[in-house]
Design a protein around this ligand. Structure first.
Ligand code: TYM
Length: 332
């Protein structure tokens, strides 16, 4: 696998439930689109999920489900390496080394840590704090050029770059310095109920997010209930009209139309028509994904074969970097 000189991509998602429209538009669509042009490595980052308490059985199922969601969205194991993070022990090993080159002060600045520790006050564990180091290890192990993610992961990539530059500064060119790859539209899809917060699958209010597996009627219903404003004019204005602006971004992202074209299309029409159009366009985009997902979930042997091959290919690439690191620091 990977005999070319193409640039390399790495990205991952946590197996903590069904993906949302935010995950799909912010990251997954780029993962799929970039597969021909780049060498892509996509991981179900199951080690990251241990920062919250899970039932073992549930986590086991969610990992397989997320793999099926990747493939249903169009990640192709014939083109890309697809694997489970915990199957390649180099992630945990490099995590330890890099942790010794990361400062507590840097980790203290991570906004996601602050948000998550405020939300789970009863379980602010050390893993949650050092989570960005494991993410840096994921990316740096594969000499990654580009990391397709949504906007919320930008800060984590900045710290990964800082750690890599620090390490390279001491030991020479060990790591490729990765760049984030963030879409122009759809990088931050907001909650349908509280359009100033990010759409998130852990939100207690199910009307606030679209799940990749929501049936079409549910999708349209959730868009009809989306929180907007009282102006009744479809125009893009993040400050004054965060709800409508979010819907415009979603519609642009699934239809390929520009923001201006959408504003023109709905001139003189009410929010009701607009919401239904957005809902139907999203449902239409997700329909083929849902069909493939069901098929894949009935093909467990195939999914296991994908994981076995993915782990072998990923481990081979990862060990090259880990050997180099161990040699540099004096462990080989
Ligand atoms: P995770 O699992 O929270 O999210 C997966 C991807 O979805 C994007 N995303 C969004 N994009 C737009 N709008 C939203 N509302 C939205 N919500 C989520 C995220 O930016 C992400 O790209 N730490 C990562 C997982 C990770 C990783 C990595 C990513 C671990 N190691 C290495 C890249 C490279 C995370 O928790 O993503």
């Amino acid at each position: 696998m990977f005999m070319t000189k193409k640039k390399r991509i790495f990205s991952g998602m946590q197996p903590t439930g069904i993906l949302t429209l935010g995950n799909y538009l912010g990251a997954m669509r780029n993962w799929v689109a970039l597969q021909d042009e780049y060498e892509c490595i996509y991981s179900v980052v199951d080690l990251h999920s241990l920062t919250i308490r899970n039932e073992a059985k549930e986590l086991r199922e969610q990992r397989m489900s997320l793999l099926a969601q990747y493939l249903a969205c169009g990640v192709d194991p014939e083109k890309s390496i697809v694997f489970m993070q915990s199957h390649v022990s180099a992630h945990a090993e490099l995590n330890w080394v890099l942790g010794c080159y990361t400062y507590v002060g840097e980790l203290n600045r991570m906004t996601q840590f602050k948000e998550k520790s405020a939300k789970h006050e009863e379980n602010v564990n050390a893993g949650l704090f050092t989570y960005p180091v494991l993410m840096a290890a994921d990316v740096l192990l594969y000499q990654t050029d580009l990391v397709p993610v949504g906007n919320d992961q930008k800060q984590h990539l900045e710290i990964a770059r800082d750690i890599a530059e620090r390490f390279n500064g001491v030991y020479g060119n060990v790591f490729q310095i990765p760049e984030p790859y963030i879409p122009k539209v759809g990088a931050r899809i907001m909650s349908l109920q509280e359009p100033t917060s990010k759409m998130s699958k852990s939100d207690e209010n199910k009307n606030s997010y679209i799940s990749l597996l929501d049936p079409p009627q549910t999708i349209v219903k959730k868009f009809k209930r989306a929180v907007t404003d009282s102006e009744a004019v479809v125009r893009y204005d993040l400050e004054e009209k965060p709800g409508i602006s979010n819907l415009i971004s979603i519609y642009a992202s699934v239809s390929g139309k520009t923001l201006e074209e959408i504003v023109e299309e709905f001139e003189g029409k009410g929010y009701g028509d607009f919401k239904v159009s957005v809902g139907e366009a999203v449902a239409e985009t997700l329909r083929p994904v849902q069909e493939r997902y069901q098929e894949l979930m009935n093909s467990k042997d195939y999914l296991n074969d994908v994981l076995k091959k993915g782990a072998e290919d990923a481990a081979r690439l990862a060990s090259r970097t880990l050997d180099k690191v161990y040699k540099k620091v004096g462990l080989l």
